[in-house]
Write a protein that binds this ligand. Structure first.
Ligand code: UD1
Length: 437
């Protein structure tokens, strides 16, 4: 990677109707990569991350971390390596040069708010801009504040900034989150790793990316148990060391391509995918009549001839059906033989794809947090707009089955979280091209 980001004016053009056959390699998980990169702030030694995906969010975060003093470098490509292999990155925060994360950074990526945990734990102080509004819901930071206060931090919110102080260091404490939050769990876990004494985190997120962070922190010398359950126990240590860690495969990318194959028809192996990371989504696909097989190379998805059956699904924290696959499933159900319902329980405004899908001929009714989708016999290509990361990829899925040409604008949303999507789909026979803007 050169460090450059893919063009913000690019478009994706899809001509629907081709089946997908072959292999799609699954990249490292974006939602694990981001907290793992942030964990580099916890130590003055080198953190090496393997299988880092080539994504705009990764580039953006590397710049944000650079402002705090993290040196970021990526190994060059070795002979025989294809561009599809993950990268190896080295991050070193030998010295923290700035404990403030300004609005101009945090607004670019909400997850950059998470630097508050390691900065506070290592430096005794952090001043981080509130992330502000976000297209998919209000996404407040109250759980983060509650969690850090339980570890002894003094927190003021002033002028759009959260100013956290623990001048004598953080102390272990008892945190019980009122609702499951992935971000707040990551942050309190990182902070507690360097706090004095024991911390218990109840109602912790059980997402596999929390487990991946806990694994890496363990290699850095943290003492954590309970990852993957709702209760985490952390015994703080005075310092953490460097480590080498391989990022787990992206379960959302896996589920997205599984739905793309289900939509287009065909037979594709999702190479390197791990079924246990997305059992709920695979079960929904099986219920929709899609063939799902676990192989030693990954997950094989096939649909040949059979129609799609409608499903009724609610999003839920892990191990439930992920909100990050809600839009993709909705696109798929647009072509089902009957009526489906999808209820969004995590974010209150995550239905912006509905009106864009309607432009392709989808019939979707919204009632509060529930969408009712009447399957239609044909979708037709149109010009549409990507509105957020997961919504935009749902338009790709719909475009694969739509008659004629679909052009998706504002592809920068896609480039934040999907590595080389057009290459991965076109290698399997999809007519998907990037129009460089
Ligand atoms: C992470 C994921 C995102 C995914 C989401 C839910 C990353 C980089 N992002 O986002 O892709 O969709 O988990 O699986 O990993 N909330 C509060 N107060 C808080 C924090 C959260 O009310 O202080 C609410 C949010 O508004 C939301 C719910 O809790 O309604 C869950 O959000 P959370 O799990 O924190 O999402 P993120 O960590 O931002």
């Amino acid at each position: 990677m050169t460090g450059s980001q893919r063009g913000s004016m690019d478009k994706i053009r899809i001509v629907g109707g081709n089946r997908l056959n072959g292999t799609i390699p699954i990249s490292g998980a974006k939602n694990a990569a981001l907290p793992l990169m942030i964990a580099s702030l916890l130590t003055d030694e080198v953190l090496t991350l393997e299988n880092l995906p080539r994504l705009n969010d990764v580039v953006t975060l590397s710049r944000i971390l650079g402002n705090h003093g993290v040196d970021f470098s990526i190994d060059g490509r070795r002979a025989g390596e294809t561009g599809m292999t993950g990268q190896t990155a080295h991050l070193r925060a030998r010295e923290i040069v700035d404990t403030t994360a300004p609005y101009e950074f945090v607004r670019q990526m909400r997850a950059s708010f998470w630097v508050i945990g390691p900065l506070l734990a290592r430096m005794g102080e952090a001043k981080v801009s509130l992330p502000g509004g976000c297209a998919i819901g209000t996404r407040p930071v109250d759980f983060f504040i509650q969690g850090l206060k339980a570890l002894g931090a003094d927190i003021d919110i002033d002028g759009g900034y959260v100013h956290a102080r623990a001048l004598n260091g953080l102390k272990g404490g008892h945190v019980r989150f009122p609702h499951v939050s992935v971000g707040a769990t990551h942050v309190v876990l990182m902070a507690a790793s360097l706090a004095a004494g024991d911390t218990v985190i109840e109602n912790a997120a059980r997402e596999p990316e929390i487990g991946d962070l806990a694994d890496c922190l363990g290699k850095m010398g943290a003492k954590i148990s309970g990852a993957g359950t709702g209760t985490l126990h952390v015994t703080g240590v005075p310092r953490l060391s460097g480590a080498r860690h391989r990022i787990l495969p992206d379960r959302i990318e896996t589920g997205t391509y599984a739905m793309a194959v289900a939509m287009a028809g065909g037979d594709v192996t999702l190479e390197g995918a791990r079924p246990e990371l997305l059992q709920a989504a695979l079960d929904v696909l099986r219920g929709a009549g899609v063939e799902v097989a676990e192989t030693n190379r990954g997950i094989r998805i096939a649909r040949n001839g059979a129609g799609l059956k409608p499903v009724d699904v609610e999003t839920a924290p892990f191990p439930g059906f992920p909100t990050d696959l809600q839009a993709q499933l909705m696109a798929l159900m647009c072509r089902a033989d009957g009526t489906s319902t999808i209820t969004e329980t995590i974010f209150e405004n995550r239905f912006m794809h509905v009106q864009e899908l309607a432009r392709l001929g989808a019939r979707i009714q919204l009632d509060g947090q529930q969408a009712t989708i009447d399957g239609v016999e044909r979708l037709t290509g149109a010009e549409v707009m990507a509105t957020d990361l997961r919504a935009s990829v749902s338009l790709v899925i719909a475009g694969l089955a739509a008659e004629g040409e679909t052009v998706i604008n504002r592809v920068y949303h896609l480039d934040r979280g999907f590595e080389r999507l057009e290459e991965k789909l076109s290698r399997c026979g999809g007519d998907v091209t990037r129009l460089v803007g």
